[in-house]
Design a protein around this ligand. Sequence first.
Ligand code: 13P
Ligand code: ZN
Length: 279
Amino acid sequence: MDTRLVRDFTKLCSDGYAQGWHERNGGNLSYRMRDEEVEEIRDLLDENAEWREIGTEVPDLKNEYFMMTGSGKYFRNVELDFEDNVAIIRVNEDGTKYQIVFGLVNGGRPTSELPTHLMNLEVLKQRDPEMRVVYHCHPANTIALTFLLPCDDQIFTREIWEMMTECPIIFPKGIGTVEWMVPGGREIAVKTCEIMKTKDVAVWFHHGMFACGHDFDEAFGLMHAVEKAAEILLKVMSVSDRKLQTITPEGFREIEPASNVKLDESCLYERVDGRIGRK
Ligand code: 13P
Ligand code: ZN
């Protein structure tokens, strides 16, 4: 299958692998397909495939089609054999089951994070019908920070925002944090989609990160921006536990009119001595 969508999906997988964010089968990617993208490949779809339980309910995604990586599959291999590593699934009439209508030709099932991907895609569709991509990876610098920063949305966001002036413009609603929990189930999916109701990024402590977007470039670019800022923060923290100077709350507020964004004001708390955390 050689469509624009397949090429864009594959490019993100290769780019993410090149960044070092996808050791072994780490990470997963999903996309809510447009009607015309389904029609383009309609002849290739097996609409009689067996129905399986999603493990949660996504009624607002009923009868929709999704492209997503398979469980245990390596991002590295998507460009080598798309049909072995990726699936197209269809959600049933009440949003509780799915069938694999294309792909995973050598067997398997969609990513183990299926509940999180679908619940996030449902919340994002409610926010904006054109939000279509959910991307999960294991980027080393962001994960390292989850051992050094508290599991606190405001503090995590503020520390990352301060590292690069563009960060608050790219994700003005900030970063959500999820304390460590067992991945792959409904519980972590519920926590993550609470965040995705308002924000575009969620960090799973000691595990990885989720980012969303209207398209693959946006989701990848967001992930890249957060991870690069995390790398800078780690470099700063490895030299000193205090910053000599940084962007001030007043400075962040001045960004708002210039960039036409509204920042989450709760992240602009007063701090002491350039140290991490609130006053
Ligand atoms: P899958 O191979 O099932 O997608 O799992 C990878 C992962 O990163 C789980 O969080
Ligand atoms: Zn993971």
